[in-house]
Ligand binder design. Sequence first.
Ligand code: EPU
Length: 443
Amino acid sequence: MSPAAAASGRLVLRGGKPLTGEVPVRGAKNALPKIMVASLLTGEDCTLRNVADVADVAIVSELIEAIGGTVERPERGVIRIRPGNIQPMERSVLREFSGRSRIPILTCGPLLARFGDAPVPSLGGCRIGQRPVDFHLNALQHMGATLHEEASASHLTCERLQGAKIKLEFPSVGATEQVILAAVRAEGVTELSNAAIEPEIMDLIMVLQKMGAYISVDVDRVITIVGVRQLHGYDHTALPDRLEAASWACAAVSTDGRIFVRGARQVDMMTFLNKYRQIGGDFDVRDDGIEFWRAGSELRSIALETDVYPGFTTDYQQPFVIALTQARGISIVHETVYEQRFGYIEALNRMGAQIQLYRECLGGLTCRFGQRNWKHSAVIAGPTPLRGAEIHIPDLRAGFSYVIAALAAQGDSTLTNTNLIDRGYENLNEKLLALGAEIVSVD
Ligand code: EPU
């Protein structure tokens, strides 16, 4: 996220009350913008439903319009994209979007497929690690693209992308999406191994299948794509946001409340639900959502490791740790996806948590950060009462986690830089009020 985009929003919360009531979740923040990017692969109109008002949707809408497409909103939650008139992307357009989001890198595959030329953006997104794009660029070069590195802006060119055998060093979500988006219109077969298989990727694959693509997801993280010349438009309802649903679940258990998350879907959240139950959370799965609460009076400690799907997703980690500060005993969390995803712990300790960070891998999973000086394991002693504090929000998930911590704490907390939370949590203040949270002031 660019510093310019990052510095606004202030929320004062009074803690100590359980959150109780109902909140809706709509389409997944980590699926919607990618499905919008898929529209660049066709000249036909595309309709996307269950669209949440989150920053990346607005950014990708602007990006599509900046290259000649139109994006209409015929009704709330529906987006109609008309990509018929899109043009190759000028460098100046890309510069405008660089630093605002991580999504623009995913336009490389579709623009190469359509025009044989794609500028390479420098990226925004939350600062939770180095987050390079080497897998993306290596894969596209493997498929026949040439990278022209220039001081001002690099770009990729190709005749027609060629199918290839590609193995990712790590099952990266973005790189998997990049390869799929590039391969659907490439010549021949692409076999991607060590691919990520997150539910949001499956949703993108379903969209592409509707558009006429041939994609199979085989055992052991292998995805095979048979390229076609042309793709059609789509009409698709995006999957619900499991990360937001899990965040509210953590809010329920941390404040000893009860929250029904309308739209939450069990199939995407099975790993989370197992861990939730292990620490003493309970839930009721219904056709229209999941209700979350604390089973007994006390929560229990746990040892867990974040991992790629179907493991315990890294984006669950921060809100879950807030719940663990309220659990009896010593919990251990080994973060294996991002090297710097514990930056939020210092402020949490100021609120009264007792969390120590370690460079060692405190878990059984092989991890890329072990011998490299990153503090990527946390030991949490609980339960610790929390007290209000002044906190500057560093990234999206940490931001929501501080909201939970502030609501579980005694006293007032002042959170600044809250616009980062809007990036992934639609109508946050309205939802908090609906759950009975006490908002002292907001600006
Ligand atoms: N990586 C590389 N090289 C690459 C790409 C990734 O080394 O070319 C590394 C990253 O540095 C990281 C790991 O691979 O250590 C995983 O990164 P990945 O590519 O999977 O992440 P991403 O696609 O940039 C998406 C989500 C993240 C989520 C991760 C992992 C979006 C817009 N973002 O990011 O969501 O944490 O996958 O599941 O889909 C969030 O929602 O808060 C969030 C950060």
